[in-house]
Design a protein. Sequence first.
Length: 376
Amino acid sequence: MNTTGMTTMEIKKINKSKVYHLIYESRTISKQGIAAALQMGMNTVTQNLKLLEEEGLIERKGYFESTGGRKAHAIRILPDAKIALGIEVLRKTLHMAAIDLYGNILYLESCALPFEASDAYCEQVGRRLTAFVDKYGIEKEHILGASIAIQGLISPDGSTVSYGRILEHTGMKLSDFSRYIPYPCRLEHDSKAAAYLETWHQEKFRDSIVVLLNQNLGGAVIINGKVHTGLGMHSGSIEHMCIQADGPLCYCGEHGCLETYCSADSLERAAQTDIPSFFRELRRGNSAFAAIWEDYLDHLAFALCNLNVILDCRIIISGYLAPYITGEDVVQLTKRIQDSSPYSLPDDFIFLSTHGQLAPPVGAALSYIDQFLQTI
């Protein structure tokens, strides 16, 4: 970076940022290693390490093996020096997560809280979050903010639910929640938050489609490592892709949407049982459930084949159903898509997420981690 024309203060800030980010990316590094990697004078490195230690952002923990002289201190960031909170609002449940600077889940809790678009509900969310923070002894000065992942499209300025047919909460505002939460707040579309988690620091997923097989279907498109929002913030809404014009009525008011065939709700309706029971019986060889599952995979493959024709990228299957899906299911799904596609497709373009239904609150919280990393 050319520092010509910069003030001394600006150069110091840049050097501090370089040192911090190198430690962050290296996980553990010595002072000598920092100086060598950044081609920075040892005095400058020492000054910046002192500043970062005083701010409680790094620590010296342990030593590297000696190469002949004194053992070098092992320097690392303090992952919990800053913590981000994520909340997911669902029809019957509230999920809360606290994550550290590496996106690791520190604390996670779910509680029954039936949704309603009311001030009383938002107050309850604030109370539950406060109790969550107190229960786990999270230092309030360490909290960067709280992101709220909610089912529904969010306005471009992040202030309002612009489309909320599932929970009937169109028009609900961030301020409805934030007045009861004593930290910076933001509102996130749950599918896009989950998609962001799938691609965070994952280079191979910089171009991908994320399919969220939740109670209600969701999706997102990742282009060049960023969640694509589109002109009206509804990019990636695969749930409303029509796959059969005379199909079942969707909550959006149209017929034959993918939501009516491949959401967890639709699977429960077809099987007349809950998801754990369905998969338990399916794996035991229940022929009726096997037929339902084959039909489910057929519809999902039809939609994914069309998406692949348009976007030609990796597909990540996430959400509530992901932990129930086996490697053999992925093989069958892949074969269906390959057989229908006009193009030759590899065997490894579909990936199963390991995050499951908790991806939205964690993914939403990452926005504050990113913000912090960009500003230090």
